[in-house]
Ligand binder design. Sequence first.
Ligand code: PLP
Length: 312
Amino acid sequence: MTPYYFGLINRDDPKDPLRRMVIPLPAEQEVLPGERQDPLGEEERTRVPGLVHRYPDRVLLLAAGECPVYCRYCTRGRIVGQRDAPRPNRRRWQDAVDYIADHTEVHDVLISGGDPLILGDAKLEWLVAALREIPHIDIIRIGSKVPFVLPMRITPDLCRRLQPCQPLYFSLHVNHPNEITAAACDACELLADHGFVLGSQTVLLQGINDDADTLRRLFRELLCIRVRPYYLLQCDPITGSGHFRVPVDRGLEIMRQLRGTISGYGIPQYILDIPGGAGKVPLSPDYIEGRTSKDLLLRDIHGNSGFSYPLR
Ligand SMILES: *Cc1c(COP(=O)(O)O)cnc(C)c1O
């Protein structure tokens, strides 16, 4: 991890939430049924090295093979930080760019990895600019945890270089209010001031953020730094992740507790990525209780039933 992130951890607290995300525990050795190294079947859907094409209109480009901080629940731990990780080299990127240019049905490129923001300014600018030249690409997204683990990497110069490539979105990985420091605020502010659209991705993690109060605090703080909560992700069943995973019913209960107690802008979609690679699906508490021939039967956010809305 970065010295910066290490400094955020309370060394006297074995349950410190940031510590649990990055320091290995013996529990990782325990492999539970259904766990896999590549739960999302990304390898099967890799078209050219480092390019995953799972949805018709979007691709995932693994630009770098390394991260500033290695999360223990990483869904791509099989490659990221490993010897055969995708290398950040232009020849490989060019193959990916050519593939995307040939596939006119692709409108959205998600650059992830490895964390793309550990690349040097010039390299990153080259890649983003090459993608921006493709006429059928609408948005480019950068998936990153850098504002929360290495915030000083977000510099005015980096922002200026990327600005001509708008519309550029950032999907920022953040899981706990302790990650939102003054430095992280400055980094997000710089990105937002340059007009980039900022969204968050939060992994629901046992003992770290699996309660409505912690998440409400996180999402409110994100709203204040102009990061719109985008996804709350059910932890993928990667090998050795059992101690991190929260039962889906608990996740649904947390979503139920958030609704009505925070601005709607502060409520992300709760997402499960179906093992095997069928894609992401939203999970939601059910507010529809049933139907009659005339009415939709509803319950309110407090769980009171007996409400209805005319079906037509
Ligand atoms: C998550 C993901 C995307 C992006 O999905 P959105 O729901 O549009 O955010 C694209 N490609 C792959 C392979 C993914 O895993």
